[in-house]
Design a protein around this ligand. Structure first.
Ligand code: ATP
Length: 652
């Protein structure tokens, strides 16, 4: 972290205490951050901005955090701005008194609509100085825009956008336009903003921190509050609840101050990839464990609220209640009604009840979309679903996240009355005591035959979960307490990778007019950058190629490689990172051009996947939730261990 002297305000606050903070203050900070690559410096810059907001107008802190992270509401509320690039261009045309052609020309040169707007604004002569924008004013206006619906809504949205654009000063228009097209291009996300705010809160607890507290103690406090804030956000990713609590508690803030609230989804716990049973059992180090079927359906987090309603959230924490009215009924019918609130973790799977057979993931995807009228949807459902429950995080108001899985399972088993084909507990076996040791042949055989049984029951493989004291529910983390062994590892690459298309080349031959190949990347959350893994050109249908040609157009194409894309490849097009695709390959290898996991295995080279093939688009996945550099490095290490390969004989 930076020495405390660096936490001086970078710019003088340009407003009086108690007044709304000007949007210009935020725009200037974003401008400084954009020119700075180092994470420590950018954290200090945001920290300085928050310090002045905390001192002069704390009410603006929450809207500022939203604006800096390109959000307007908690993710699970599904609030959309509903503004496309063309609406912004047409609003700019009116606000700047210029032509669409000029804006498009500038956009084609700079590749950024914000930069294009800024350039037009500079050459525009204004009759009177515009009315200043405030941080909270911009945020409330964006919320207002998102709430407009019904006939003529595009026109009404445009009027509000024009009024915002008319009031822009200095570089405000650049960042406002980028916010409107949902791409701030500063590479700052929650991982930078929350620590910056935590540091600011700690520093502002002292009138002159550089004189009144020893720097080591200050640094330690900053680390503690940052870690508490991150922990709290991992469990309750709702800024509306987190920020007010942080501001009121100051440097005594603790993650446990925030209660879990049914209706606000918890980021799901994820599993570590393992290549074989022996590796999985070794990782468990003789602790008691359970093996469960790994169902191939859709993750569902089921909440029962105090008012008795049931809500369902996807892996991405998006509400999907309206898609599953039958599931809501099953929960009402087969869970103990005396338990007033709960949060459950489960997989929804398509099922043929007559044959008592689990159906494929594709079958589930073909199910009707949600409808406001649940009873109507209930009548037209063609694909039945069964819910397989495997965890519980809240029971009658009691937080169970820190209880071991063996405890949580007791609550889960007491809560439900199983009804085959409708609501069941995940099929499992439990291994305890001496049996749990990895070198126990009997255990390996037991796990192997359970795995085969799972694969024969249309499952993807098994989950191996630790049951002991340290087996807590680790929200939003890939944990060693959950290990997955998938059927596919038997041939080729242990697991598929979830990668983001970041670019593409012009297609040739049959694929002329489409994109082919695509350049795929993983994510490195530490550096907040996408690192290329491979080019992929097989596994796509012609329809998919056409869809992608339409999808990656206009504002989805970047004019140049952004600084947070790491690769030696030079595709013809750079894309905004928005989609996630499942990619399968033969094996992993050290690469001279791809940067995935660079520094984690080889000091200067990345890891690539050989013979990659597209499997499916993962529509419920955010780009930051794709495979990480660390996932790829760990898969590479275990692949090499299995094959007896060392770094030396991997050199290309
Ligand atoms: P994958 O693509 O392998 O499903 P993922 O990235 O979605 O992986 P992982 O953490 O790797 O998530 O694997 C866990 C996923 O498996 C969960 O998200 C859930 O949807 C699914 N699943 C199926 N059965 C179980 C189970 N018994 N316990 C936990 N997760 C399960």
């Amino acid at each position: 972290s930076l020495p405390v002297e660096e936490y001086e305000p970078v710019m003088h606050a340009c407003w009086k205490a108690g007044e709304p903070a000007p949007y210009l203050h935020l725009a200037r900070t974003l401008n400084l951050v954009e020119q700075e690559k180092g994470k420590i410096k950018t954290t200090a810059m945001f920290c300085n901005m928050f310090r002045s907001l905390l001192a002069l107008s704390p009410e603006d802190v929450l809207p500022a955090v939203y604006l800096c992270t390109n959000k307007i509401a908690p993710d699970h509320e599904n609030v959309e701005l509903n503004i496309g690039g063309s609406l912004v261009v047409s609003a700019l045309e009116e606000a700047l008194g210029t032509s669409k052609a000029r804006i498009k020309d500038l956009y084609n040169t700079s590749g950024d609509l914000g930069d294009a707007a800024q350039e037009c604004r500079q050459s525009q002569s204004l009759l009177a100085p515009p009315r200043p924008l405030s941080i909270r004013g911009v945020f409330h206006m964006l919320r207002k825009i998102s709430s407009i619906s019904g006939s003529g809504s595009a026109g009404r949205r445009k009027i509000l956008v024009i009024s915002l654009l008319n009031s822009c000063r200095e570089m405000e228009i650049k960042y406002l336009v980028r916010t409107l097209v949902r791409n701030l291009r500063i590479g700052a996300m929650m991982r930078t903003i929350l620590p910056s705010l935590a540091n600011a809160v700690v520093l502002n607890c002292y009138s002159a921190p550089e004189k009144t507290i020893n720097p080591e103690a200050l640094k330690e406090q900053m680390q503690v509050v940052t870690s508490e804030v991150t922990k709290a956000y991992n469990v309750l990713p709702n800024l509306d609840l987190l920020i007010p609590s942080l501001l009121s508690k100051g440097n005594t803030f603790s993650a446990s101050d925030l209660a879990m609230i049914p209706g606000t989804p918890i980021p799901p716990m994820l599993a570590r990839i393992t290549n074989c049973f022996t590796q999985a059992l070794k990782l468990l180090q003789g602790r008691a464990f359970t093996c469960e079927y790994k169902y191939d359906g859709q993750r569902a987090q089921i909440h029962k609220l105090e008012d008795g309603s049931v809500r369902i959230f996807s892996r991405q924490m998006k509400e999907s209640t309206s898609r599953f009215p039958d599931l809501v009924n099953a929960i009402r019918e087969f869970c103990n009604p005396a338990v007033q609130t709960f949060i459950l973790d489960a997989e929804v799977v398509a099922i043929d009840r007559k044959k008592a057979k689990i159906m494929s993931f594709q079958e589930l995807s073909s199910r009707e979309r949600g409808s406001k009228d649940a009873s109507l949807l209930l009548h037209i459902i063609k694909v039945d679903v069964c819910i397989f429950l495997f965890d519980i995080m809240l029971h009658d108001g009691k937080r169970l996240l820190d209880s071991p899985l063996c405890e949580r399972r007791k609550y889960l088993r007491n809560l439900v009355q199983e009804k085959p084909g409708y609501l069941q507990l995940a099929t499992e076996i439990t291994v305890e005591g001496k049996e749990a040791y990895a070198n126990n042949e009997h255990t390996i055989n037991k796990v192997r035959s359970f795995f085969e049984e799972a694969c024969n029951s249309s499952c993807e493989g098994i989950m191996i979960k630790s049951l002991d004291a340290d087996a807590t529910y680790s929200a939003s983390n890939r944990s060693d307490s959950w290990l997955k062994v998938k059927r596919d590892y038997v041939d080729g690459l242990g697991d598929s990778l979830d990668l983001v298309p970041i670019g593409a080349w012009y297609g040739n031959g049959r694929k002329a007019g489409w994109y082919s190949p695509f350049l795929m990347a993983c994510y490195n959350p530490e550096a907040e950058e996408f690192q290329s893994v491979c080019r992929v050109m097989s596994g796509f249908s012609d329809t998919f190629y056409k869809e992608m040609k339409e999808y990656f157009s206009e504002d989805k194409i970047l004019s140049k490689k952004p600084p947070y894309y790491q690769t030696d490849e030079s595709p013809d097009f750079w894309f905004v990172p928005e989609l996630v695709w499942e990619i399968r390959g033969a094996d992993l290898t050290i690469s001279p051009v791809h940067h995935a996991a660079v520094g984690l295995f080889h000091p200067s080279r990345g890891i690539s996947v050989r013979l990659p093939r597209f499997v499916r688009a993962l529509s419920d996945r955010n780009p930051e939730d794709c495979s990480t550099a660390a996932d790829i490095a760990s898969m590479f290490k275990s692949q090499n261990r299995k094959m007896g390969i060392t770094l030396e004989n991997q050199e290309p």
